[in-house]
Design a protein around this ligand. Sequence first.
Ligand code: UD1
Length: 344
Amino acid sequence: MKERILVTGGTGYIGSHTVVELQNAGYEVIIVDNLSNSRADVVDNIGQITGIRPAFEQVDCLDYAGLEAVFAKYEGIKGIIHFAASKAVGESVQKPLLYYRNNIVSLINILELMPKYGVEGIIFSSSCTVYGQPDQLPVTEEAPIKKAESPYGNTKQINEEIIRDTIHSGSPISAILLRYFNPIGAHPSALLGELPNGVPQNLIPYLTQTAIGIREKLSVFGDDYNTPDGSCIRDFINVVDLAKAHVVAIHRILEKKQAEQVEVFNIGTGRGVSVLELINAFEKSTGVKLNYQIVGRRAGDIEQVWANPERANKVLGWKAEASLEDTLLSAWKWQLRLRERGIQ
Ligand code: UD1
């Protein structure tokens, strides 16, 4: 029988790509999502790509009883991949309680239900934001956790601690914390991708919306950083590569291959790319000229961060494979498809 995996936030950007890869790897997936930042037709699109329509339950992870009903309905769930969370850095500064409640209570509900229903392990979506501006680059998992710059970042740190404390207290579950760098791109089919609500805050959706004419100009936040071209540097990781990291991680938990009950991995390419380099790469790979201007720095931005992904490469046997050019092309094709569908 196929092993059952519950994916919270499974209709979201990273979640939907991960559901595809889980199904391709032979897992049975149940999606839980409240659709607060995604569309129900994502489930159809996953079905179109994989030939299997995953089970979908519209439930908010804050709703303990609703969540419990899902565990009871789908007996024998083996593992959980927990994506469901609020993720806008700026909004979290405006609405800290919303962020603390959504992100923290959801996790607590899941951790309480897991042992009750015999669920063995959880993969948690963490972020390189936990490192702040690292003292050494590329950053390894051993780098110190720095004080969070936003309530959003703080929820990632707190949630990592909640998972560690729960396991140290004797909970029988296992966990893998994946610290993502900057996920970008879309599924090569252009059936899945990033669909931000309102004006995008992140670089790639703003960039592709500018390229297609929805936005007039992309603002590059700062060219006076201490980097070769003065713009910020990030580790841009293809979303399908990132999705595949979850498949190997859940496999590791279910096969009981973990060296420790809680493990943490950086999920990045190991390559730092500046914002201006990214714009150049986009223009080159798509042939589309981008209207952009340099403006002042954005408050709270880290100057430069990229991963040392060696632990994930060696221990998980996972490696980022897609080229930056192909990834940017996939983001562009997704934006074109959204226009065809009359969405954006
Ligand atoms: C942020 C969070 C990260 C979170 C991610 C997704 C921090 C430090 N990082 O990443 O944890 O997972 O958002 O929500 O909290 N830029 C522009 N113009 C734009 C938009 C962005 O120049 O219109 C620049 C930014 O200044 C930055 C880079 O592009 O240097 C990437 O920005 P963004 O896509 O927002 O991601 P992060 O801030 O790196």
